[in-house]
Design a protein around this ligand. Sequence first.
Ligand code: NAI
Length: 723
Amino acid sequence: MTAPATPPLIRRERDGDVLILTIDTPGAPVNTLAPALGDALLSVVGDLDRDPEIRACVIASGKPDSFIAGADIEQFLEFRREQDAERTSRMGQDILNALAALRVPVVAAIHGACLGGGLELALACRYRIATDHPKTVLALPEVQLGLIPGMGGTQRLPRLVGLQAALDLILTGKNVRAKKALQLGLVDEMVHPAILRDIAVARALELANGTRRPVRPGRGAGATGLLLDTNFAGRGVVFRKARESVLSKTHGHFPAPLAAIDAVRAGFEHGMAAGLREEAKRFGELAMTEVSRQLIFLFFATTALKKDAGVDAPVPAPRPVRKLGVLGAGFMGAGIASIAAPRGTVVRLKDTDTARVGKGLAAVRDVLQEQLRRRHVTKQQFADQMSLVSGATTYAGFGNADLVIEAVFEDLDLKHRVLREVEPALAPGAVYASNTSTIPIARIAQAAVHPERVLGMHFFSPVHRMPLLEVIAAPATDRQAIVTAVDYGRALGKTVIVVRDGPGFYTTRALAAYLNEAGLLLDEGAAIDAVDRALVEFGFPVGPITLLDEVGIDVGGKVGRVLAEAFGNRMTPSQALSRVVEAGRTGRKGGSGFYRYDKTGTKGGVDPTVYGVIGHAGAHNPIPGGEIVERCVLAMVNEAAHCLQEGILRSPRDGDIGAVFGIGFPPFRGGPFRYIDTVGAEEIVRRLEELEGRFAARFRPAESLIDLARAHRRFYPAEGRPV
Ligand code: NAI
């Protein structure tokens, strides 16, 4: 008996003189540039060079909606030394160099995601055709994993589209659609998917016959771009500016963009071979960095979350959400409506008076119009989306809502009232979600006749930008309601974690512990800007005091009170915050907070008069940055560990994703639980105990941490795939 033959990774097919190569990794949903595919490609390239009958070649994908989704990221975790990664990069470069040097022209026929190594492969082809389908996106996203393109991308891209456009793509890792790719010169042609193959074959022959030469309009931004690329001094300016901009955005925490600039520069200054050498060397170095390991972990964690229904098997079918009712057309309500309409959901907004409804609708329009302005949607699509959203001051139209999201003021009595009012109007089986950020769902659900349909859907502001949704399951919530919220949240493009009910759930609680500690530092006389600076240096996008000004000091004060009631001395509010709240300062929205704001809301320096409000003449205690970081970060990390041990969190993975995507924990540190693993649980416990000795019980280490330290264990495996 013979074993069934494994289907080849690359199917070969002749169309006259053209060889069509279809990449189709058996059994995988998408193609990735795994080592086996590299080998297969090399062998095809060798055969092609030897076969005189073949005059041209087309490379396409056998997968429905993706060309090549990138490198096989799992192989990156196998690297033990820089040299391993550098060698892998060199091998990839060699394969693509061989492809680029083929005697016959090769055309890349791109439909679907063409990312990372996939785009580098396309760049090594002589001609690129992309379909005009929305799923067709091109990008070099390696920096998002703490790496740089390692198969010639840093060399071929600038040579194709010009220095500035190439740096923009490589340093951000952003996606471009086919239309933009065509404008940049990244692809030569854009066609409808139905004719992709035929056009690719025709172009391959034309290139072979010499009747077509690629026109490359995209080199740089017109004449200026060309001048900058060819002029030594001009290039120097571009590289310097790029470096400065990276450093100001990343505070030096992300080495990959800087390495990418060096690799591109080496290619410009010393030629392609030197550029490729530099690229491989830097790829090797980056692959072994902690930053890259953490970013790769986050990639795996988010991918795993996408498959997590939020409840254990057997998973009930979610209720499809076609109609959404939103209670409260304020900041959050309007934000939720503005992401629901583009997904085709019919949205009904309800508020107390027509002026507020009108304001909410205008806010939705603003968000959607921004998409129109950026040409992400057409005028027709914009009009269609707006036509899905309507508003009222009554519950008319709520009877056929599949899901209702309540986003009225953070007030339990009010939340009870609106729930009592709307519930009789709802269809049986409709799900009711509160967007509360603090109040336990079970308390809200006390007003419900059907508490099993009530849960929390905690969105973050601004809703259209923030990637996280925290779904809160109360003890009475039924499983179908949970999967409905998770499924719909995902349809809205969010990364969804499911947490158990409790005051502040997970994200608000972890954030509150951190903000509270920052407030206590101010009580001790620390300078406001010193506290912010230290935590930005650690990697938070903004410091905690700036964050309080942003979210609203009054909001922070309210949250603080609720959590202090629940957790006692671990969350006793700082005097600084209480006094600033009492003084009526609300932060940016009120034009007066810890910092100064001008009439347009632009932030200035620290408002010196706020120290008088806090109760001292000025910052008088130069607390070292290291101590500021240690106290604030460990307060958050310890609270996260409490949440895990209490079962608020289902896993460390959810805790890490929630902290990074919801409350700004530095992604290159992986999240609170990855941070504990990196520093070591024993060391974290030791530091917490030391702080407990100095500052009382709020720093007492969570039991889960003590257990972990005693057992010399970690939250995640030390090697291999983390989740
Ligand atoms: P907001 O003050 O902008 O909007 C609340 C809206 O609810 C107002 O338009 C108000 O007129 C309306 N409202 C009051 N009574 C109502 C009733 N009986 N029926 C219908 N509408 C009514 O407040 P925001 O910021 O949108 O917050 C709403 C909820 O979202 C709160 O529970 C808050 O804790 C939560 N949240 C807020 C976040 C933020 O950053 N602002 C972040 C996450 C959650």
